[in-house]
Design a protein around this ligand. Structure first.
Ligand code: NOJ
Length: 545
């Protein structure tokens, strides 16, 4: 990597979902001390940073994305002193720390919301949230629907309604309120002062809203263009918030970084990724693509162009805490797609809802393709975001009984959608024990027996394991990562992609099942064993030509 480039441009960032990573105190819930106890693992993996999903006090109505106090640690996960120790230990190993900021909504347990409930209608306390009157006692102010299903309004004891775009327990904040704005600046400084290097901004495209009366209906909202003036999403004025945050980031040395989780049209991503705003934005296109050469190439090309337009680097993601793991997605038949190319349902959703029975999952093919896709991704210019467990080749867990499910999507959809619990099952560290080495007791989400086969301790000793592949590839990537450019090399077949980085690093992926022969020169790593100069199907190889 060019010496002068800041780390985040092409970093390998490993997402930790703290409640499911490692449990040091044996209560079945992962914790901060558990992460600290696994720092050798993180160092050996070869990542540049960890991103910690929320570890703040929370009633866990939405896996911690319902934050009751933005400037503390959930007592079940530890203390601020534990957090400080984790940061010090990670920094000591050269690993940066990114934390999650959830600004669109608080938890209903947040002190502000509790005060708003107590203070009643018309009070200044209610102005930090979005309270409105309904036409009558049983009808909400509008017919808007929450992202987790069901109405987006909840009635409170005195008859007013509050807006929650996500779970009922996640009331939306009113970002026109100066105290809301000031408080998040305080939060950003609080964690920056504790040594945090960067922030992942949850639902970055929804903070500001135009709630002027009369409120539009759902179909009227849907009919409006999302052009920066839409009342609910991706409004231009959200960047006033981020301009203020930018001043905070730049007041530190080195400047703090941020990455936006913004589900917006491609043409608007550069606004979030620009240096005046958050500086980087997630690109979820690979995560939504099939394992298909044409789709991968288009996604890479488009996103490198967008990154260029914003002055930022591109980001790449194959798995995270919100989607079916990519080993599983790639082991299922390609999903149906809408006219614009988007999957009709989130990929793998139907398989999860079937309890893992239909359609047939080809586990081995899924893992093989996942390894090939990861090796392809890690060679791209830009930052790669990895999700805990993918380095083990873990599959999604479908066999979670209804009584153990936690995701609000499951409850609010009346069981039609099983939600995201299956990618949040605690990691297997050993092939035995009550929770496969996750802790000394059970695990808050049930682990299936087949988790034993993916245990860290087994994979560590196996040079052909997915974990060994990740370690090898991440170490190589450190020495190979170069200026953010890529040149496509023509291939003899449509199901094969070949690109070259400026320093002679070459990458070929055969997406189909048919082997592909070419002169491989000096092979650096491959996602499955090569047969001489021939790539077997569903394989990526890195080499020097
Ligand atoms: C996006 C997060 O990634 C997801 O897990 C969460 O449910 C929603 N934001 C609401 O905070």
């Amino acid at each position: 990597m060019p010496e002068s480039a800041p780390w985040w441009r092409q970093g390998a960032v490993y997402q930790i979902y703290p409640r499911s990573f490692a449990d040091a105190n044996g209560d079945g819930l992962g914790d901060i001390a558990g992460i600290t106890s696994r720092v050798d693992y993180l160092e050996t993996l070869g990542i540049d940073a960890v991103w910690l999903s929320p570890f703040y006090p929370s009633a866990l109505a939405d896996g911690g994305y319902d934050v009751a106090d933005y400037r503390d640690v959930d007592p079940r996960l530890g203390t601020l002193a534990d957090f400080d120790e984790l940061v010090a230990v990670l920094h000591g190993r050269g690993i940066r720390v990114v934390v999650d900021i959830v600004p669109n909504h608080t938890s209903d347990r947040h002190e502000w919301f509790q005060r708003a409930l107590a203070a009643g209608r018309g009070s200044p306390e209610r102005e930090r949230y979005i309270f409105r009157e309904g036409p009558d006692d049983t009808t909400p102010p509008t017919d808007w629907v929450s992202m987790f299903g069901g109405p987006a309004w909840q009635r409170v004891h005195d008859g007013q309604w509050y807006l929650h775009n996500f779970a009922v327990e996640q009331p939306d904040l009113d970002w026109s309120h100066p105290e809301v704005r000031a408080d998040f600046v305080t939060t950003l400084r609080f964690w920056s002062d504790r040594g945090v290097d960067g922030f992942r901004i949850d639902v970055a495209h929804m903070l500001t809203k135009d709630m002027s009366e009369p409120l539009l209906s759902r179909s009227e909202l849907d009919a409006l263009p999302v052009d920066g003036l839409h009342p609910m999403v991706d409004r231009d004025d959200v960047h006033e918030v981020y301009a203020e945050w930018r001043r905070v980031f730049e007041s530190y040395d080195p400047p703090r970084t941020a990455v936006a989780e913004a589900w917006v049209h491609k043409s608007r991503v550069p606004l979030y990724a620009s240096r005046e705003s958050l500086g980087q934005a997630f690109n979820f296109d690979l995560l939504q693509a099939d394992f298909d050469a044409g789709q991968f190439r288009r996604v890479v090309q488009e996103n490198l162009e967008l990154a260029h337009a914003s002055g930022s680097s591109s980001t790449w993601v194959l798995s995270n805490h919100d989607v079916v793991r990519h080993a599983t997605r790639y082991g299922l038949p390609h999903p149906a797609r809408a006219a614009n190319g988007d999957p009709v349902r989130k990929q793998g959703t139907d398989w999860v809802v079937s309890g893992g029975v239909a359609p047939d999952l080809d586990r081995a093919a899924g893992e093989r393709r996942a390894r090939a896709a990861t090796l392809f991704m890690l060679a791209l210019p830009g930052a790669s975001y990895l999700y805990q467990g993918e380095e083990l080749g873990l599959h999604e867990v479908a066999e979670i009984p209804a009584s153990s499910r936690q995701d609000p999507t499951f409850f609010r959809s009346g069981g039609a959608d099983f939600g995201r619990d299956g990618c949040r099952v605690p990691l297997p560290w050993r092939p035995d024990g009550t929770s496969y080495g996750f802790g000394t007791d059970g695990a808050h989400l049930p682990q299936p027996q087949w988790f034993a086969d993916y245990a860290v301790s087994l994979e560590e000793g196996d040079p052909r394991s997915t974990l060994s592949l990740y370690r090898h590839a991440l170490a190589l990537r450190r020495s190979l990562q170069t200026v953010e450019q890529l040149e496509w090399v023509p291939t003899a077949r449509d199901d094969v992609l070949h690109f070259r980085r400026p320093n002679g690093w070459e990458v070929v992926t055969a997406f189909g099942e048919t082997p592909y022969a070419l002169d491989l020169g000096d092979v650096l790593v491959s996602s499955s064993p090569l047969h001489g100069d021939e790539l077997p199907g569903a394989t990526t190889v890195w080499f020097r030509g």
